[in-house]
Design a protein around this ligand. Structure first.
Ligand code: ATP
Ligand code: MG
Length: 433
């Protein structure tokens, strides 16, 4: 490196259009500064703690996959595949995609990791997802999800369990009372085929009112039109025939058992006959947890059953059910974000005390205390800093204390203070842990 010297410094600007723009985060992305990061981690952690109680174990997949992993599973007509994927060619000429969602990646890992031999598999995941969308409140281009999947369970017990787990997580975030759980069934393949015909016949009658996107879907994936956000489409959809009227006995029975299971566990659900999911691989149960607190972006958690997906990806036929939740949306809503932990402030006065403060701070940190040691300044300045970091207590090392081989431990909330031997500081601080 040294030998090549300055020739290595390439003249390429930071940013292709405007060098100064490189100092801003990319549109639709956000930094998580300390307070936001703490809330964000708390959402993930509480979600995982609850999921663990339901028997889920974490799976971590790479944040990019071969493009095929998403293209083949999400369907050619989905919003994600047609408009939202971050797809690029790497230096080896492979087409890769930053993951827009977690399920396809988990299923890929399930197949390539040989987990199909060990069903049922209960997976939890968390991490960033990437979608090229129009950024707005609660909608970013890099956002984060937590999610769970159960692979290998055919019966409705798994649907009940994932929905219940989601509800417990929202309760753990203080949102139990504010959330509506909407459920619907998309039926099995047979029911959907029958419904599809009825739907297409209806939509053809009102073709003139449909958006361009929806017209394109009319033949290839008419059910997707039910999920459109276009206002004209929505007006047409409002009078469309509904799936519930086209269910066969198997589908009807499956849905009844899901509803019974949820009601036995006191999960308040609303049946929402027009709820469909944006992705091609769903069957039977579909659900969304919504809140009114976020304005337009009211869905915080969404999922459903995807019995066809594993086979479609080349694995052994394996039923699946799961959901994903948006961490940004949940962290905006959580009622009790964890406060910043309060440290102990070390407050030495003078050069001699400074020298002593360093090893004492080190000792306390090893003993498990968070200790804030200002880098310079007199006693007054350091006490101000203790205040600023919201320290719970201060260890004061003044001339008088030093002469006696002691320190003053001050409770910064009550102002109470005591003098203790230097070797007993840990014990005196114990109650501030
Ligand atoms: P929408 O219809 O709002 O676009 P979606 O169907 O694309 O939602 P899912 O793919 O089901 O959403 O994702 C599950 C959850 O992830 C959403 O309910 C939401 O909380 C969150 N989420 C999805 N896209 C974004 C985004 N761009 N920014 C922030 N959170 C998102
Ligand atoms: Mg979307």
């Amino acid at each position: 490196m040294g030998r090549a010297g300055p020739r290595c410094l390439s003249p390429v600007p930071w940013h292709p259009k405007d060098p100064m723009a490189a100092l801003q985060p990319v549109r639709g992305t956000h930094d998580l500064l300390p307070d936001a990061a703490r809330a964000h981690r708390a959402v993930e952690q509480r979600a995982f703690d609850v999921a663990r109680r339901f028997g889920f174990g974490e799976i971590v997949t790479p944040i990019f996959e071969f493009t095929e992993v998403f293209k083949r599973t999400l369907g050619d007509t989905s919003d994600i595949v047609t408009k939202e994927m971050y797809t690029f060619e790497d230096r080896g000429g492979e087409s890769l995609t930053l993951r827009p969602e977690g399920t396809a990646a988990i299923v890929r890992a399930f197949i390539s990791g040989g987990l199909a031999q060990q069903v049922p598999v209960k997976a939890f995941y968390r991490g960033p997802m990437f979608r090229y969308e129009r950024p707005q409140k609660g909608r970013q281009r890099q956002f984060h999800q937590v999610g769970i999947e159960i692979l290998g369970v055919e019966g409705p017990a798994a649907d009940v369990e994932v929905i219940t787990c989601g509800y417990h997580i929202l309760e753990a975030l203080g949102l139990g009372g504010t959330v509506t759980v909407e459920v619907n069934t998309l039926g099995d393949l047979e029911s959907r085929a029958v419904y599809r015909e009825a739907l297409v016949a209806y939509l053809k009658g009102r073709q003139g009112e449909l958006s361009e996107d929806s017209l394109a879907r009319l033949e290839r994936n008419p059910m997707r039109i039910l999920d459109s956000k276009d206002e004209g489409d929505r007006a047409v959809v409002a009078d469309a025939p509904i799936l519930a009227d086209h269910l066969n006995d198997t589908s009807r029975d499956f849905f009844a058992r899901v509803r019974d299971g949820l009601s036995a566990l006191n999960i308040p659900v609303e049946i929402s006959p027009r709820l469909v999911r944006g992705l091609d691989y769903y069957t039977h149960t579909a659900f969304e947890f919504t809140t009114t607190a976020l304005g337009a972006q009211g869905t915080v958690l969404a999922g459903g059953r995807y019995d066809g997906l594993v086979k479609q990806m080349g694995g052994p036929p394996t039923p699946g059910v799961g959901w994903a939740a948006g961490v940004e949306r949940l962290s905006m809503l959580m009622t009790d974000p964890p406060p910043a932990p309060r440290p102990i402030a070390m407050v030495p006065a003078g050069a001699e005390a400074d020298a002593l403060a360093l090893p004492l701070t080190d000792r306390l940190r090893r003993a498990g205390f968070a200790v804030d040691l200002g880098y310079s300044g007199n006693m007054g300045k350091r006490m101000k800093r203790a205040n600023k970091v919201n320290a719970r207590a201060a260890v004061i090392l003044g001339d008088e204390e030093l002469a006696a081989g002691e320190a003053t431990v001050r409770d910064l909330d009550s102002g109470e203070q005591t003098r203790v031997r230097l070797n007993a500081v840990e014990r005196a601080l114990d109650r501030f842990r």
